[in-house]
Design a binder for this molecule. Structure first.
Ligand SMILES: Cc1cc2nc3c(=O)[nH]c(=O)nc-3n(C[C@H](O)[C@H](O)[C@H](O)COP(=O)(O)O)c2cc1C
Length: 154
């Protein structure tokens, strides 16, 4: 399965760590949104979209990229995030906006993954940050297992 993982990771490279282990399992290429060649996306069977969470949302550059894409014919996609806090409906619901943007573009989003990431934003930095060790080896293994399951979906 020809796979591309597109991710943005601006705070502590937490999401990049997840993108890299998933890419190893999937044999995928990885790219930042600004380097994606839109005309080449047709070469991939599966596209992953990942981001840290910033003010309850994935990075805007992912939305800007998705907006530029042509309408897809149910191309398979998956989403993944690292965040300081757990997803919480209405308060920290970072999955829904990306899911909706992709579905509106005609992607078939087959799965999603999230884990905590080291967070020193705002007040957190005065506390020394939260999730200092994350993503830890357990998180990375969960990301590998998630990618392994994707391999089984044809
Ligand atoms: C500007 C900024 C805003 C953030 N806002 C949130 C938030 O609303 N909810 C949350 O759970 N984490 C938030 N975080 C924490 C990040 O989502 C977390 O550290 C994430 O792992 C960063 O991923 P990265 O290192 O790949 O950029 C924020 C971090 C930054 C820098």
């Amino acid at each position: 399965m020809n796979t591309l993982i597109i991710y943005q990771s601006v705070h502590h490279q937490n999401t990049e760590k997840i993108a890299k282990v998933m890419a190893q399992v999937l044999g995928a290429e990885i790219a930042k949104p600004e380097t994606v060649k839109i005309e080449e996306l047709g070469n991939y069977d599966l596209i992953g979209f990942g981001s840290g969470v910033y003010h309850s949302k994935p990075h805007r550059c992912l939305f800007q990229l998705i907006e530029q894409l042509p309408l897809q014919n149910s191309k398979k996609a998956f989403i993944f995030f690292t965040s300081g806090l757990f997803p919480i409906k209405f308060i920290n619901d970072f999955q829904t906006p990306l899911l909706c943007a992709l579905e509106n573009k005609g992607f078939a989003v087959i799965s999603g993954f999230n884990c905590r990431g080291w967070d020193t934003y705002g007040l957190m930095k005065y506390l020394g940050g939260i999730n200092l060790q994350n993503p830890n080896e357990k998180d990375l293994q969960k990301a590998r297992d998630f990618a392994q399951k994707l391999l089984q979906i044809k």
